[in-house]
Ligand binder design. Structure first.
Ligand code: GLA
Length: 367
């Protein structure tokens, strides 16, 4: 039996920028999914998950099944994409175990995909380049599962490092690992409201960004993605855009600039500046991109004024899920107590709070 673990992630800043060929800054966290493979002699895959009762079996020599809105779509999609890319897999029993809460914006799906991909590759004695693995996992989610996500989650699940945030250029896939100072913690607060209805909204935001690109490309032929549009361009050529599209574009353009500024702040260990940028990111996601929710806004409003908090914002796709907070390590306990009490008082919901460490990307844990 071979076991791989792949981490969930928290995004510090750079939201809804990955599919605009822009910049993101996630960190892998110390909650992960592990997948074990026990190889078989044939080409059958038996897939089990500790979170679900049913077991799924597919035969790699038969026509590949289609997605069916089932938990197994993620592992099956990964197997399908590996085979389609020309990697010949071997059969095996896959056992999936997740510590990453589902539907909370901590990217449990990418952690499943990446741990399964690593296990399948190892089970067949294949060595696959990590960038290619990230892209194949993204493809599984885009083309098999049908969620048009960007590359951020799969990438950081493979390339994360301990005590480092990963600043990724989603166009070139070049990245930089930036130190997260020992004096702070990444504290993730779960609103306990799942983002189940987010898929349609997500795809709609993508379409709105594409509409923006089409508009700007008419005036500026070099524009291939919103990454290529500046604030000056928005001012000069964006006036005729429908108001909503204008705001969507403004979010992406300003958010990309914030990631660059945040990377500089982290390099200089300027946590106050970093925190201000997180706050601005939240406002932009709330007002311009409209992917926040009442609960996320409340969680941020409660957290921001607490002593020892540098910054607070929603994290991930939005419409529920979690916030990320940059908190002085010595003040974490007080932070947890104050947020939990304040949030429960207003909503009646008990938030889960995870004090996370920036962690290492996917790795083998037993052999
Ligand atoms: C989801 C997607 C990512 C990214 C974020 C928003 O987590 O999986 O690719 O687009 O939303 O930043």
């Amino acid at each position: 039996m071979i076991t791989f673990r792949a981490p969930g992630r928290v995004n510090l800043i750079g939201e809804h920028t990955d599919y605009n060929a822009g910049f993101v800054m996630p960190a892998a966290i110390n909650l992960s999914v592990s997948t074990s493979i026990t190889p078989r002699d044939d080409r059958k895959l038996q897939i089990r998950s500790a979170d679900f009762e049913d077991e799924v079996e597919i035969d790699l020599d038969e026509a590949m099944p289609a997605a069916r809105r089932h938990w197994s779509d993620y592992p099956v999609g990964v197997a399908v994409m590996l085979e389609r890319a020309g990697y010949r897999l071997r059969g095996g029993r896959l056992d999936i175990n997740s510590e990453v809460p589902m539907g909370s914006g901590l990217s449990s799906s990418a952690a499943v995909e990446v741990s399964v991909a690593c296990a399948l590759a190892a089970g067949a004695n294949l060595t696959i380049d990590r960038k290619e693995l990230a892209l194949l996992c993204q493809k599984a989610e885009n083309e098999f599962v049908g969620a048009h996500v960007g590359i951020m989650d799969q990438f950081v699940a493979l390339f994360g490092e301990e005590r480092r945030a990963l600043m990724l250029d989603c166009r070139s896939l070049d990245y930089k690992l930036l130190p997260v100072p020992e004096t702070v913690r990444l504290v993730v607060c779960n609103t306990m409201v799942k983002h189940e209805l987010a898929a349609n909204e997500y795809n709609e935001r993508r379409a709105q960004c594409e509409q923006g690109v089409e508009h700007f490309a008419r005036f500026l032929p070099h524009v291939q993605a919103l990454r290529d549009v500046t604030l000056e361009d928005l001012e000069q050529y964006g006036r005729e855009l429908p108001e909503v599209i204008h705001r969507r574009c403004r979010h992406v353009i300003t958010e990309n600039a914030r990631v660059l500024a945040a990377a500089a702040a982290l390099e200089q260990q300027d946590l106050s500046r970093f925190g201000q940028l997180m706050a601005q990111s939240h406002v932009s996601l709330r007002d311009d991109y409209e992917v926040s929710s009442r609960e996320l806004d409340l969680m941020v409003e409660i957290a921001a004024p607490i002593e020892g908090v540098y910054g607070a914002r929603m994290t991930g796709g939005g419409f529920g899920g979690c916030t990320v907070n940059l908190v002085d390590a010595a003040r974490v306990e007080n932070f947890q107590r104050t947020v939990a009490a304040g949030y429960e008082q207003v909503t009646g919901l008990k938030p889960e709070i995870y004090v996370c460490e920036a962690s290492k990307g996917a790795e083998q844990i037993t052999s």
